[in-house]
Design a protein around this ligand. Sequence first.
Ligand SMILES: *Cc1c(COP(=O)(O)O)cnc(C)c1O
Length: 389
Amino acid sequence: MKPDDFLPRPERVQPLATHPHATPLYLTSVWECESPAQADAMLGGQEPGYVYQRDGHPNAAALAAKLNELEQAPHGVVVASGMAAISTALLATVGQGDHVVTASRVYGKTLQLLNAEASRLGITLSIVDTNDLAAVEAAMTDRTKLVLAETIANPLLQVADLGALAELAHRYNARLLVDNTFASPLVCRPMELGADFVMESLTKTLNGHSDVLLGYLGGRTDIWPRVKQVVSAWGFSSSPFDCWLAARGLATAHLRSERACHNALAAAEFLSQRREVGRVEYPGLPAHPQHALAKQQFTGQFGTMVAFELKGGRAAADKFIAAAKDIPFCPSLGELSTTLSHPETTSHRGLTPQGRADLGIAGGTIRLSVGTETPQHICSALASALLQV
Ligand SMILES: *Cc1c(COP(=O)(O)O)cnc(C)c1O
């Protein structure tokens, strides 16, 4: 063979005679165009087809289509992370001099994005208790473009009145962005309640196997050209392999959610009976302050997250976490198996002690992400750890 025989040449993938049953993984950064006219039409959005991976690829499109159906969202896009989804909604709606109203109880990085990053672009911010609708209304200005709230807030699981927040936002010509990560569309569908955007960190329950970082943003038609432009120009696009894995995880999300929500109620009821435990927070418990609202807004499931406070404070939390060998301390959520987190030293460590106290977080606060084991296994793991506090 001559050296020239080894030169790279265009590889032509032959169409297959039969259809693969499972979705193939498309690892190609670019697609071949048939003609300048076709390229022009595809890039202009008049014809379907892929040209360049940053603008879209089949694995992201397949995953987004399933999520759009679950969320009842007219449009959706899968991006590199949950934070990329929030950034996309922000950059698609807000410009210099505009104003955002956010719930005080949001994911720590979301607050950092709005406080430290968006402020550099001249975007102003009000942080309010979104369970206090009068406080939300008082914060609205004629420059408010976006209101942000979480369906179920971290870590104490307050439930937001999404219908009322959407109505209020729309009255001021603002859009409502709902972070639905703690609920997932199997528990709540914010678009049906009037939200303009819904986002999910697919990293959590929807992928559910702790091996992928991805986000989803669903939204309405009028804003969608802006969303596509932001994803491509800011480079928030997702990796085909991660989308392929997440589509596989999503295929069992309804089974995992049903089992884990059932287990979460069992764990919450079990913890409520224990003398070592003070408050137990779970939207499915009748004692939860927004239980009635959760019943009205949710699908009949109440989520997989449970928070509780050990009466013995930080010392008891240290002993509990050391003893809970079957419940690893992982500061994330939505895994197959039950995990726990300690908000004081992880998600909320950036706050002052007073800031944490204002949110109801103490040294003894433990947050559980309940998994798909049997309820007996979870309750006995909790019981044996409680014996040590
Ligand atoms: C994890 C999380 C995010 C961010 O998602 P990433 O995929 O980690 O970027 C946003 N909101 C909530 C409620 C989360 O739990």
